[in-house]
Design a protein around this ligand. Structure first.
Ligand SMILES: CC/C=C\CC(=O)SCCNC(=O)CCNC(=O)[C@H](O)C(C)(C)COP(=O)(O)OP(=O)(O)OC[C@H]1O[C@@H](n2cnc3c(N)ncnc32)[C@H](O)[C@@H]1OP(=O)(O)O
Length: 558
């Protein structure tokens, strides 16, 4: 819903739908009813639309996509009604103006924001396009080139960047009162002409270059979003903004969203959106212990043992999470030197690309603390072991950690398949042991599988889950069984691709097809990155081959 009030000639329409003011049918109806009141009230000379609580508006209510989405006023009707209002409307943005939220703001005549606000049209990440005029209004405000960048990739931008390119008219400091500032701003524009303020009426500045820009983005999208349908449909819709009058362009936008909404890709991405949030609410089955009633241990000092592919990625993830003390232990001198060089080079790359500042880079490098013996880990809060996938080596390490680490230290193993309970048993306090299974390359892959051993304490589990979230990972709690969840799923995929090799395909052919389909890496490329020896050891240990079959029997028969 939306609340309505009037303050010094300014009507305030505040979206009120916690936690994120998504534009449900009730909210849309609330905005429309409030707008009518404001238009009819002769004492009202300007209108402010703002969001109550932590954010302006994150866009359409995704939970309503299947049902209420088309109830009047739907979003694309509402934006045109807002824009045609005879009284000036100011969008007051704090928190997020995402998707339909930004489209509502684009339909307002002015947009003001706190400097801390974030703006985006992220619909492409849900497999759809901004279907409330975003593909038609944004190009009229910032041009085709920038619009393609914003809409085809869906990334978020700061209010300052949005102001620099003309989306935001006035920025206020992050600690300002957004509503008070917007009301004052609205008072300052009373009586001004709205002729140039209705974005749908503006020309598209770089319209004549549309073919050239379109070709450029087709190439980029083809590489960055292989296999995804929505980005290309977004580009087409934006192209229409350059070639057609607004009303005709809107018809094309509608056709685009109707084609995408309900597609398999969109359904999967929406499922993923909610699933990624659902896994934050972890629970230990049958115990009543869950994320809401268990507090993590405070973690300031972390150690990573092993600086191979996995260890390096884990160290980088910890540094990116802002951990100020990351001990790295690698007894092999060459591996240590190579590992540290790799980490520093990646940090240099981030700084060169502007992902982190020079100051952040320096503080990350300073946080790296090479250590040469177990004694040096005695005051570490969390140790993540990422050595060779061998039970005896891991047991040896955990026995030493059990002796030197403080009793409250969480001892995590990055094993991808081994029995976490067997590892835990060599320590004096198995309840401190947990699995933290990262996926290679660990600083890139978003998934973290935390493995709950039979003895892992709730607090230790909460700490591993919390650390995953601090690292920005989609952190999933799983039980302790061979291959956990990730590798049990991966196994079926590898078996099928291995069948193809036996039937005559080359690994690179299989990988090419998978990459064309949209996978970031081919299955055999993944094997090369993680080390094919890991899979080999897993299979050998568990004797996954049927002993009745003679050596060399084809995989389908084993
Ligand atoms: C005609 C079509 C026109 C327009 C189409 C659209 O507008 S599609 C929607 C476009 N918007 C988005 O995709 C934004 C989705 N939300 C986010 O990316 C994040 O929520 C955001 C805004 C970055 C905030 O992140 P934060 O970590 O602060 O919150 P969280 O993600 O945990 O969200 C809190 C709860 O709100 C639920 N939620 C978020 N967005 C929506 C939404 N658009 N619709 C419905 N529900 C939403 C989210 O699931 C969380 O719920 P919870 O039960 O607490 O897990």
């Amino acid at each position: 819903m939306a609340n309505y009030s009037v303050r010094n000639q300014v009507a305030i329409i505040s979206l009120c739908s916690p936690p994120v003011n998504a534009l449900s049918s009730d909210v849309r109806r609330g905005i429309l009813d409030s707008l009518k009141k404001a238009e009819q009230d002769v004492k009202v000379a300007a209108i402010v639309i703002c969001g109550e609580g932590r954010t302006f508006c994150v866009g359409a209510d995704i939970t309503e996509f299947k049902s209420e989405f088309k109830t009047f006023p739907n979003l694309f009707e509402l934006v045109d009604i807002l824009e045609s209002s005879p009284k000036p409307i100011v969008a007051a943005i704090h928190g997020h103006a995402f998707g339909g939220g930004l489209e509502v703001a684009l339909a307002c005549h002015y947009r003001v924001a706190l400097s801390s606000a974030k703006l985006a049209l992220p619909e492409v990440k849900l497999g759809i396009l901004p279907g409330a005029g975003g593909t038609q209004r944004l190009p009229r405000l910032i041009g085709i080139d920038s619009s393609m960048q914003w809409i085809a990739f869906g990334d978020e931008y700061s209010a300052q960047i949005a102001a620099n390119i003309g989306i935001i008219d006035r920025i206020f400091p992050s600690n300002a009162d957004i509503l008070e500032s917007a009301v004052q701003y609205a008072q300052s524009i009373i009586g001004k002409s709205l002729i140039n303020r209705r974005v749908s009426k503006l020309p598209v500045k770089d319209a004549s270059k549309v073919s050239h820009i379109m070709e450029k983005y087709k190439q980029i999208v083809g590489k960055k979003s292989r296999g995804a349908i929505a980005p290309m449909v977004c580009l087409e819709a934006i192209k229409h903004a350059a070639l057609l009058p607004y009303v005709e362009g809107m018809k094309k936008e509608r056709m685009g969203i109707e084609a995408l909404m309900g597609s398999d890709q969109s359904k999967s991405l929406i499922y993923m959106f909610f699933a990624e949030r659902q896994v934050r609410n972890w629970t230990i089955p049958g115990t009543g212990i869950n994320s809401k009633n268990t507090k993590p241990i405070k973690v300031e000092k972390v150690a990573v043992i092993g600086l191979g592919t996995m260890g390096r990625g884990i160290v980088l993830s910890l540094l990116k999470a802002g951990i100020k003390h990351v001990s790295v232990m690698e007894l092999n001198k060459t591996a240590r030197e190579n590992g540290l060089l790799f980490i520093k080079n990646i940090l240099e790359g981030y700084a060169a690309r502007g992902t982190i500042s020079e100051t952040q880079k320096r503080s990350m490098v300073d946080a790296l603390k090479p250590v040469s013996n177990f004694e040096m880990l005695k005051d570490t809060d969390l140790v993540i072991e990422a050595v060779f996938e061998s039970m005896s080596i891991k047991k040896d390490i955990f026995a030493k950690l059990g002796q030197v680490c403080k009793p409250s230290a969480v001892l995590a193993t990055n094993t991808s398949a081994l029995d976490v309970d067997e590892i835990a048993m060599v320590t004096p306090k198995p309840k401190q042991v947990v699995g933290m299974h990262f996926f290679a390359p660990a600083h890139v892959m978003k998934l973290l599988e935390n493995v709950r051993g039979s003895k892992s304490s709730p607090q230790v589990i909460a700490t591993a889950m919390n650390m995953g979230q601090r690292m920005g990972k989609v952190t999933v709690l799983v039980g302790n069984c061979h291959g956990f969840v990730g590798n049990r799923m991966f196994r079926h995929y590898t078996v099928e691709t291995d069948f193809m090799l036996e039937e005559g395909a080359y690994p690179e052919q299989v990988d090419t097809v998978l990459k064309k389909f949209g996978f970031a890496m081919g299955r055999y490329q993944v094997g090369d990155l993680s080390g094919n020896d890991i899979g080999y050891r897993m299979r050998t240990k568990f004797e996954m081959t049927n002993k009745q079959q003679p050596p060399g029997a084809p995989e389908r028969e084993r």
